[in-house]
Design a protein around this ligand. Structure first.
Ligand SMILES: [Fe+2]
Length: 244
């Protein structure tokens, strides 16, 4: 099978009614069709988990994920739905992971974690350290959104050296030569400072499921090897729960 035929989307808000993503099963089904057309074979549903808020229980999410899986099978028998959370970082997240209230990615040791966009760099480092010290492997969600890391590849490099992996959204690597943000994001990717690119899809209208569109775009501007690593090899290793 060609490496561009079976992507793993590790960051999605595809479960209906679980967070600010899909609003209904109808919308989820539409998103599944879009995902399939984008050559996505595995979707990790990562509903937001915000400590201190009224988050849906793991049992409830597993039940909805199973319902979505049944719909996915109708589109293609190989389309898989797995489960995790996008964790909003707070110190209490460690306890909530340990108690099973919050989830890692597909039962691995990897956790998809986001911080407040305006967080200062030292606090972000402390959070990443806290997760690694407790045996979790952090993947920093949509790195392009944090003010403290803006256009500062050295800080991103430091985070990676601390044991943090970096996720970027598909939309953020799109855009032509004159799109300064997209050009910079692709530079990070070419410099091995991005490990995962995912859709972070929220609906079938805006922030839609996407992988193949981003890959096609990237292959016009980047070498095939790093793109293949980011879109196939790294996500595969995460699902196998081995280090990237
Ligand atoms: Fe997200």
């Amino acid at each position: 099978m060609n490496w561009q035929d079976n992507y793993i989307d590790m960051h999605s808000h595809i479960l209906p009614g679980a967070d600010d993503g899909s609003e209904s099963m109808e919308q989820t089904i539409s998103m599944l069709h879009m995902a399939y057309k984008e050559h996505i074979g595995t979707i990790i549903a990562t509903p937001h988990y915000i400590p201190g808020e009224d988050n849906p229980s793991v049992e409830y999410l597993r039940d909805i994920a199973e319902q979505v899986q049944q719909q996915a099978y109708k589109i293609n028998k190989n389309l898989r739905i797995l489960l995790g959370n996008e964790l909003y970082y707070s110190e209490s997240i460690i306890e909530e992971l340990k108690s099973g209230k919050a989830m890692t990615l597909a039962d691995s040791s990897y956790v998809l974690v986001e911080f407040a966009y305006g967080i200062d760099y030292k606090s972000m480092c402390r959070g990443i350290n806290n997760l690694t010290c407790h045996g979790y492997i952090p993947i920093l969600a949509h790195i392009e959104r944090y003010f403290c890391l803006h256009r500062d590849a050295n800080k991103v490099d430091e985070l990676v050296k601390m044991g943090c992996y970096i996720q970027m959204n598909c939309h953020s690597v799109m855009g032509g030569f004159f799109n300064a943000d997209a050009s910079y994001n692709r530079k990070l990717l070419n410099n091995n400072l991005v490990h995962i690119v995912s859709s972070d899809c929220h609906s079938d209208r805006t922030r839609v499921p996407m992988m193949q569109t981003a890959v096609k775009h990237l292959l016009k501007k980047c070498d095939e090897e790093p793109v293949k690593k980011i879109f196939l090899e790294n996500p595969t290793r995460i699902l196998e729960n081995i280090y990237i």
